[in-house]
Design a protein around this ligand. Sequence first.
Ligand SMILES: Cc1cc2nc3c(=O)[nH]c(=O)nc-3n(C[C@H](O)[C@H](O)[C@H](O)COP(=O)(O)OP(=O)(O)OC[C@H]3O[C@@H](n4cnc5c(N)ncnc54)[C@H](O)[C@@H]3O)c2cc1C
Length: 459
Amino acid sequence: MGANTDAMILGAGPAGVALARLLAARGWSVAVIAARRADAWEGLSPRVIVGLQRAGCTAAVGVAGDAAPRRAGWNGRISALNHEHLVDRARFDAALWQDARAAGVRVIEATVGALRRGERGGWTALDAQGAPLARADVLVEARGRRAPATGLTDACGPRTVAVARVFRGPPVPAASAAVSFADGWAWMAAAPDGRRLVQIVVDAASVPPRNRLSAFHATQLVRVPEAVDWLADTIPAGEASARDATAVLRGGLVGADWLRVGDAAFTSDPLSGHGVHSAIGSAFAALAALTTLRDDPEALPLVRRFVEARSAELFHHAAAVGRAFYRMEERWSDRPFWAHRSAWPDDAADAPQPAPQPAPHGRRLQPVVVDDRVVEREVLVTPRLPRGVLTIEGVELAPLLRLVADHPSPTDFATSADVTSDVARRVGHPPAPVGVALLWLRQNGFLQDGVSGGGLPTG
Ligand SMILES: Cc1cc2nc3c(=O)[nH]c(=O)nc-3n(C[C@H](O)[C@H](O)[C@H](O)COP(=O)(O)OP(=O)(O)OC[C@H]3O[C@@H](n4cnc5c(N)ncnc54)[C@H](O)[C@@H]3O)c2cc1C
């Protein structure tokens, strides 16, 4: 075991590695404990590449390669969708570890078996035999779906499992496709080297034990007409494997010296969520949370509100997106797979409570990130933007709106360059971004003919 580090991150997937790099760049000493993951293929949206670049994960960007075209067959209609980067997660994660090392992060290749809390604070990670692996002041749980449960599950979608198998055949252009069938949906990814993966997503109750997975996969494939073309001239390469794909929102995500990120905090149904994108986003939020707690331990309640509200909001959003996709498939709406997922989250007994609804149009105090710190600020909310908007072009909107309301000649605001310059001077920004921010206020109903129309703060 090496020296004590400032932070120890359990799990080196996208969330763990992005956060490790971000912390290291701000002077933290960081160790990640990385166990090899089971084989899996995934499709990454172009937004993931942007996130990886922001986190400096250049090796992972390189492995993601070019985006391949994606098709969908849903409700009897075939459509060419957008593009996605097809990645073999074992290779992708190996590149992430390389990115972690390049940032000076200590990567310990091991499996965490247990954790021990020091009497005077700090954490020690132990392997399955009880031997210490690493010690740190702050602990980050980033073991994805394999992270131990928190004991607080705030919401859980229908139990869902993905059963995947790889096939090998002649080289074909990279491509992917998603199609629905009577009791689930299937995703196919074709790699240019001739490998094809077909993943069948079904209700967990229908999935047999591991030794019968390949036979199960074969019987499901017969029900997917597109599989005939997908797998032309191929033979199986290895057995089928299963992954849990249930949407789960955990509670209890942050304490004074620990935090959960990525899938360890919440998971989405792969139909609705862009899990890797969300994992990288959570690393940026975690950076702000940890930096704030280190400088100001008293900020824990604010940080907790920030982390848990953010997680809940993203989870509910992904759940609603998933439900919309399931409802779009109308041919089998009476089959249990489609019926349950079209009805969740609204009418299941354990459905997530809707996130607190803000005033339809107004201002609200809430925790936000400014300069890598969690702080409380007034944001503007509209029915279209219920999460609240803090700035436009770097100009904070709530103070700008107050200034407009108090300005001696408010009616001139929307049209007069002089008045814009005057406001710009008062808020300490150049006129151009202030002009854009004023335009935003007007377009979103906060300024009518230049006069402030914003609602009252709702706290
Ligand atoms: C079936 C399925 C399909 C999916 N498809 C897509 C997709 O196409 N696109 C997409 O964007 N997202 C997809 N996702 C979601 C995506 O996999 C996750 O959201 C994302 O990987 C979460 O990143 P993470 O870093 O939080 O966790 P993970 O990527 O799961 O990383 C956790 C890491 O912790 C390690 N670990 C686990 N236990 C231990 C231990 N005891 N000790 C040390 N290390 C440990 C694991 O080996 C792993 O490396 C899919 C998910 C599922 C279930």
